[in-house]
Design a protein around this ligand. Structure first.
Ligand code: SF4
Ligand code: SF4
Length: 351
């Protein structure tokens, strides 16, 4: 098999000293318990592909794609090995060698045809303004919520410009479709009215920061954090728990800001047993929702059960995909847990 993408990461793979620290927090390993489910095992598989010692069998491919890119392994790794980057390269090589997964192809076809993951024509609530705001596919689909979040920005003194956006291309990149990703990047750049934008979605902002060095992606929470302490707002008087999205806590190093904002708007926080940089992943990332949906749902259900155990009836998070996955797990399993976005609470506080 040709391995031109993995070749770039050969040195990174050689750095792995096989210490095994990465097992401790890996959500996939915790569920499945095979060496090949943890980061170390996956790096060994990728290395085997690169050397030609292993073939991309269905079993091996499944292991490479069963990773939520949660970055817990990076946080614990004694050698700073960037496992999600290695697995992205392995996925790209597997795909360019002819691997096809119907679920992946269907999702990417939807983006190709409509510019969003839902495959529907979704109109943004257009608005003239000073700073472009990217809603992201999931919020573009939640029209009423988007309008409230835009109003929230206005109440914070921001003049949002809402435009005809298209997907940032993250699904192409994580599922190994590098050439299609490059095409989607061009479309994304063409639509952007300026080279900077405020992003409401955690996944988009983290991804744009990483993959679009020519664009400035500003995370909405940074903007809220700059303003909320100085403008009049309500105190909500409620108690919740908070699920740290992987891309926020580990990806963007943001742990204290959402907590301080919640405190400022009168929301008491009861922490989950794993939180901050050690927070468990809900399973919504890395394409796991399409690669192995039951596994993604099981990881989300773990979070639901932990939330109920700490004695709250509401879980808030920042990532619309975490929100979707956790809410879906709660509903499907008849768990009485309300799932909201932190933006819902901020919007209410400044309304
Ligand atoms: S990114 Fe997360 S799911 Fe993937 S190997 Fe690392 S710890 Fe496991
Ligand atoms: S923690 Fe890092 S160095 Fe240790 S086995 Fe895992 S990937 Fe390799």
């Amino acid at each position: 098999m040709e391995t031109k993408n993995l070749e770039v990461w050969e040195e990174e793979m050689d750095i792995c000293i096989r210490c095994g620290y990465c097992f401790e927090g890996c959500p996939i390993y915790k569920e499945k318990r095979w060496e090949s489910d943890g980061a170390r095992g996956k790096v060994i598989l990728a290395h085997g592909l690169l050397r030609g010692d292993l073939k991309p069998t269905d079993y091996l491919v499944q292991k490479i794609f069963e990773c939520s890119f949660c970055r817990d392994c990076i946080e614990r790794c004694s050698a700073n090995v960037s496992i999600p980057d290695i697995l992205s390269a392995a996925r790209a090589d597997i795909v360019s060698n002819g691997y096809k997964n119907e679920e992946h192809i269907n999702l990417l076809k939807k983006i190709d045809e409509t510019g969003n993951i839902f495959g529907e024509k979704l109109e943004a609530p257009y608005k003239e303004g000073e700073i472009p705001v990217l809603l992201g596919c999931r919020l573009l689909e939640r029209k009423e919520d988007s309008k409230r979040y835009i109003k929230m920005l206005e109440n914070l003194g921001i003049k949002p410009q809402i435009y005809d956006e298209t997907c940032c291309g993250m699904p192409y990149a994580v599922l190994g479709y590098k050439d299609d990703f490059a095409k989607q990047q061009e479309k994304f750049r063409e639509r952007a009215p300026q080279n900077k934008m405020i992003c409401l979605c955690t996944t988009c902002v983290f991804f744009i920061k990483k993959k679009y060095p020519d664009l400035e992606a500003i995370y909405v929470i940074d903007e809220v954090y700059k303003r909320i302490f100085d403008i009049p707002h309500k105190k909500l008087g409620m108690t919740v728990t908070y699920h740290d999205p992987c891309n926020v806590a580990r990806g963007m190093n943001m742990v204290k800001e959402p907590r301080e904002i919640l405190k400022e708007i009168g929301v008491e926080l009861v922490e989950l047993p794993t939180n901050g940089k050690k927070a468990e992943c809900c399973g919504g990332g890395g394409g796991l929702l399409v690669t192995n949906n039951p596994l993604a749902e099981k990881l989300a259900l773990n979070r639901v059960e932990q939330a109920l155990k700490v004695g709250v009836d509401t879980l808030v998070t920042l990532c619309p995909t975490c929100e979707f996955n956790i809410k879906n797990a709660a509903e499907k399993n008849n768990k009485n847990l309300k799932v909201l976005n932190v933006l819902d609470l901020i919007a209410e506080a400044v309304s």
